[in-house]
Design a protein around this ligand. Structure first.
Ligand SMILES: C[S@@+](CC[C@H](N)C(=O)[O-])C[C@H]1O[C@@H](n2cnc3c(N)ncnc32)[C@H](O)[C@@H]1O
Length: 218
Protein backbone atom coordinates (compact mmCIF):
# COMPACT_ATOMS: atom_id res chain seq x y z
CA UNK A 1 0.00 0.00 0.00
CA UNK A 2 1.37 3.39 -1.07
CA UNK A 3 -0.44 6.51 0.20
CA UNK A 4 0.66 9.97 -0.97
CA UNK A 5 -0.59 13.09 0.82
CA UNK A 6 -0.17 16.55 -0.66
CA UNK A 7 0.03 19.31 1.96
CA UNK A 8 1.55 20.41 5.24
CA UNK A 9 2.70 17.51 7.40
CA UNK A 10 1.80 19.45 10.55
CA UNK A 11 -1.86 19.21 9.51
CA UNK A 12 -1.85 15.85 7.74
CA UNK A 13 0.01 13.92 10.45
CA UNK A 14 -2.89 14.61 12.82
CA UNK A 15 -5.04 12.19 10.75
CA UNK A 16 -2.56 9.29 10.96
CA UNK A 17 -3.88 6.82 13.57
CA UNK A 18 -1.93 6.38 16.80
CA UNK A 19 0.56 3.49 16.84
CA UNK A 20 -0.01 2.76 13.14
CA UNK A 21 3.51 3.30 11.68
CA UNK A 22 6.51 0.99 12.25
CA UNK A 23 9.22 3.33 10.96
CA UNK A 24 9.21 7.10 10.58
CA UNK A 25 12.11 7.78 8.22
CA UNK A 26 12.25 11.41 7.24
CA UNK A 27 14.47 14.19 5.99
CA UNK A 28 13.13 17.58 7.14
CA UNK A 29 14.50 20.98 6.06
CA UNK A 30 17.64 21.60 8.17
CA UNK A 31 17.29 25.39 8.28
CA UNK A 32 20.15 26.33 6.00
CA UNK A 33 18.07 28.26 3.41
CA UNK A 34 19.86 26.19 0.80
CA UNK A 35 20.04 27.38 -2.80
CA UNK A 36 21.44 24.75 -5.13
CA UNK A 37 23.90 26.26 -7.62
CA UNK A 38 22.83 23.63 -10.10
CA UNK A 39 20.51 24.50 -12.97
CA UNK A 40 17.89 22.04 -14.22
CA UNK A 41 18.34 23.72 -17.56
CA UNK A 42 19.99 26.94 -18.71
CA UNK A 43 17.20 29.24 -17.38
CA UNK A 44 15.95 27.33 -14.40
CA UNK A 45 17.67 27.07 -10.97
CA UNK A 46 16.51 24.25 -8.72
CA UNK A 47 14.09 26.03 -6.32
CA UNK A 48 14.85 26.61 -2.64
CA UNK A 49 13.32 24.12 -0.21
CA UNK A 50 10.11 25.19 1.56
CA UNK A 51 10.40 25.78 5.31
CA UNK A 52 14.21 25.90 5.20
CA UNK A 53 14.79 29.21 7.02
CA UNK A 54 15.33 27.46 10.36
CA UNK A 55 15.50 23.80 11.47
CA UNK A 56 12.02 22.37 10.98
CA UNK A 57 11.24 20.74 14.31
CA UNK A 58 7.52 21.46 14.83
CA UNK A 59 6.56 17.97 13.61
CA UNK A 60 8.56 16.15 16.30
CA UNK A 61 5.99 16.13 19.15
CA UNK A 62 3.57 14.14 16.92
CA UNK A 63 6.02 11.30 16.18
CA UNK A 64 5.72 9.44 19.49
CA UNK A 65 1.94 9.16 19.08
CA UNK A 66 2.15 7.76 15.53
CA UNK A 67 4.92 5.19 15.91
CA UNK A 68 3.98 1.61 16.93
CA UNK A 69 5.26 0.02 20.16
CA UNK A 70 7.74 -2.03 18.09
CA UNK A 71 8.61 0.93 15.88
CA UNK A 72 11.50 3.35 15.36
CA UNK A 73 12.19 6.88 14.17
CA UNK A 74 15.07 8.06 11.96
CA UNK A 75 15.58 11.74 11.16
CA UNK A 76 18.23 13.07 8.78
CA UNK A 77 20.03 16.08 10.14
CA UNK A 78 23.45 17.77 10.21
CA UNK A 79 26.11 18.24 12.89
CA UNK A 80 25.48 22.00 13.32
CA UNK A 81 21.69 21.78 13.79
CA UNK A 82 21.18 18.29 15.23
CA UNK A 83 21.08 19.61 18.82
CA UNK A 84 17.76 21.35 18.04
CA UNK A 85 16.27 18.03 16.90
CA UNK A 86 17.75 16.08 19.84
CA UNK A 87 16.35 18.60 22.35
CA UNK A 88 12.85 18.53 20.85
CA UNK A 89 12.85 14.73 20.61
CA UNK A 90 13.96 14.48 24.23
CA UNK A 91 11.27 16.99 25.31
CA UNK A 92 8.73 14.81 23.47
CA UNK A 93 9.86 11.77 25.50
CA UNK A 94 12.09 10.27 22.78
CA UNK A 95 15.76 10.43 23.78
CA UNK A 96 17.71 9.35 20.66
CA UNK A 97 19.58 6.02 20.98
CA UNK A 98 22.20 6.76 18.30
CA UNK A 99 23.45 9.36 15.89
CA UNK A 100 24.13 7.30 12.76
CA UNK A 101 26.76 8.50 10.31
CA UNK A 102 25.98 8.38 6.62
CA UNK A 103 29.36 8.39 4.88
CA UNK A 104 28.62 9.88 1.46
CA UNK A 105 31.94 8.59 0.04
CA UNK A 106 32.37 11.78 -2.00
CA UNK A 107 32.73 15.08 -0.12
CA UNK A 108 30.79 18.30 -0.82
CA UNK A 109 32.00 21.89 -1.27
CA UNK A 110 31.60 24.48 1.57
CA UNK A 111 34.48 26.71 2.80
CA UNK A 112 37.28 25.48 0.54
CA UNK A 113 40.13 27.12 2.51
CA UNK A 114 39.07 27.05 6.18
CA UNK A 115 36.88 23.98 6.79
CA UNK A 116 37.41 20.24 6.37
CA UNK A 117 35.61 18.90 3.31
CA UNK A 118 32.31 17.55 4.59
CA UNK A 119 31.56 13.92 3.70
CA UNK A 120 28.89 12.81 6.12
CA UNK A 121 25.37 13.54 7.33
CA UNK A 122 23.92 12.44 10.63
CA UNK A 123 20.73 10.47 11.20
CA UNK A 124 19.09 10.51 14.64
CA UNK A 125 17.81 7.08 15.65
CA UNK A 126 15.19 6.42 18.30
CA UNK A 127 13.50 3.08 19.05
CA UNK A 128 10.31 2.31 20.99
CA UNK A 129 10.03 -0.14 23.91
CA UNK A 130 9.25 -3.31 21.91
CA UNK A 131 11.59 -2.57 19.00
CA UNK A 132 14.08 -5.31 18.02
CA UNK A 133 16.46 -5.40 15.04
CA UNK A 134 15.02 -8.04 12.68
CA UNK A 135 18.37 -9.42 11.54
CA UNK A 136 21.20 -8.77 14.01
CA UNK A 137 22.62 -5.53 15.36
CA UNK A 138 23.87 -3.11 12.69
CA UNK A 139 26.75 -0.68 13.24
CA UNK A 140 26.29 3.07 13.27
CA UNK A 141 28.28 4.02 10.15
CA UNK A 142 26.68 3.42 6.76
CA UNK A 143 28.66 3.99 3.59
CA UNK A 144 26.66 4.69 0.42
CA UNK A 145 27.74 7.09 -2.29
CA UNK A 146 25.61 10.23 -2.58
CA UNK A 147 23.63 10.90 -5.76
CA UNK A 148 25.93 12.58 -8.29
CA UNK A 149 25.04 16.29 -8.64
CA UNK A 150 24.23 15.96 -12.35
CA UNK A 151 21.65 13.23 -11.56
CA UNK A 152 19.77 15.01 -8.76
CA UNK A 153 16.03 15.53 -9.22
CA UNK A 154 15.79 17.22 -5.78
CA UNK A 155 18.61 19.29 -4.20
CA UNK A 156 18.51 17.18 -0.99
CA UNK A 157 17.81 13.83 -2.63
CA UNK A 158 18.91 10.78 -0.63
CA UNK A 159 20.17 7.64 -2.40
CA UNK A 160 17.58 4.86 -2.59
CA UNK A 161 20.26 2.32 -1.60
CA UNK A 162 20.87 4.17 1.69
CA UNK A 163 17.14 4.28 2.45
CA UNK A 164 16.77 0.57 1.62
CA UNK A 165 19.58 -0.19 4.08
CA UNK A 166 17.94 1.84 6.87
CA UNK A 167 14.54 0.25 6.17
CA UNK A 168 15.71 -3.37 6.00
CA UNK A 169 17.85 -3.04 9.17
CA UNK A 170 14.84 -1.86 11.22
CA UNK A 171 11.61 -3.31 9.73
CA UNK A 172 10.27 -6.45 8.08
CA UNK A 173 8.32 -6.98 4.86
CA UNK A 174 4.75 -5.66 5.20
CA UNK A 175 5.63 -3.03 7.86
CA UNK A 176 4.56 0.61 7.39
CA UNK A 177 6.96 3.50 6.80
CA UNK A 178 6.12 7.23 6.99
CA UNK A 179 8.15 10.00 5.34
CA UNK A 180 6.60 13.36 6.30
CA UNK A 181 8.97 15.34 3.99
CA UNK A 182 9.16 13.04 0.99
CA UNK A 183 10.67 15.47 -1.55
CA UNK A 184 11.26 13.49 -4.75
CA UNK A 185 9.87 10.26 -3.22
CA UNK A 186 13.15 8.39 -2.64
CA UNK A 187 11.83 6.71 0.53
CA UNK A 188 8.77 5.51 -1.40
CA UNK A 189 10.96 3.87 -4.04
CA UNK A 190 12.98 2.15 -1.29
CA UNK A 191 9.70 0.89 0.25
CA UNK A 192 8.46 -0.45 -3.10
CA UNK A 193 11.79 -2.23 -3.63
CA UNK A 194 11.73 -3.78 -0.14
CA UNK A 195 7.96 -4.55 0.03
CA UNK A 196 7.07 -2.12 2.82
CA UNK A 197 3.87 -0.05 2.98
CA UNK A 198 4.47 3.68 2.59
CA UNK A 199 2.81 6.95 3.58
CA UNK A 200 4.43 10.07 2.13
CA UNK A 201 3.68 13.76 2.68
CA UNK A 202 5.00 16.65 0.57
CA UNK A 203 3.92 20.30 0.67
CA UNK A 204 5.57 21.66 -2.48
CA UNK A 205 3.35 21.27 -5.60
CA UNK A 206 6.25 20.62 -7.95
CA UNK A 207 8.03 18.04 -5.80
CA UNK A 208 4.74 16.30 -5.02
CA UNK A 209 4.15 15.80 -8.76
CA UNK A 210 7.75 14.65 -9.31
CA UNK A 211 7.42 12.11 -6.48
CA UNK A 212 4.03 10.90 -7.74
CA UNK A 213 5.22 10.22 -11.29
CA UNK A 214 8.46 8.61 -10.04
CA UNK A 215 6.43 6.28 -7.79
CA UNK A 216 3.93 5.45 -10.53
CA UNK A 217 6.82 4.44 -12.82
CA UNK A 218 8.32 2.24 -10.08
C1 LIG B 1 15.20 17.77 2.70
S1 LIG B 1 13.90 17.65 1.54
C2 LIG B 1 13.58 15.92 1.37
C3 LIG B 1 14.27 15.29 0.19
C4 LIG B 1 14.01 13.79 0.06
N1 LIG B 1 14.65 13.04 1.13
C5 LIG B 1 14.44 13.21 -1.30
O1 LIG B 1 15.21 12.22 -1.33
O2 LIG B 1 14.02 13.75 -2.33
C6 LIG B 1 12.55 18.23 2.50
C7 LIG B 1 11.21 18.36 1.77
O3 LIG B 1 10.21 18.74 2.71
C8 LIG B 1 9.25 19.57 2.05
N2 LIG B 1 8.53 20.32 3.10
C9 LIG B 1 8.91 21.46 3.72
N3 LIG B 1 8.00 21.82 4.65
C10 LIG B 1 7.03 20.84 4.64
C11 LIG B 1 5.84 20.63 5.39
N4 LIG B 1 5.45 21.48 6.33
N5 LIG B 1 5.09 19.53 5.12
C12 LIG B 1 5.47 18.65 4.15
N6 LIG B 1 6.59 18.82 3.38
C13 LIG B 1 7.36 19.89 3.63
C14 LIG B 1 10.08 20.43 1.10
O4 LIG B 1 9.30 20.90 0.03
C15 LIG B 1 11.17 19.41 0.66
O5 LIG B 1 10.83 18.80 -0.58
Amino acid sequence: MIKLLHGDCLELMKDIPSGSVDLILTDPPYGIDFQSRRKKNKDDWMPKIQGDKEPFVAFIPELKRIVSDKGAVMIFTRWDVQHHFIQLMTDAGMKPKNVLIWDKVVHGMGDLKRAFASRYESILFWSNADFRFPDGRPTDIIRVQRVAPQNLIHPNEKPVELLETLITKTTVSGDSVLDAFMGSGSTAIACINTKRNFIGIEKDDKYFEIAKSRIEKA
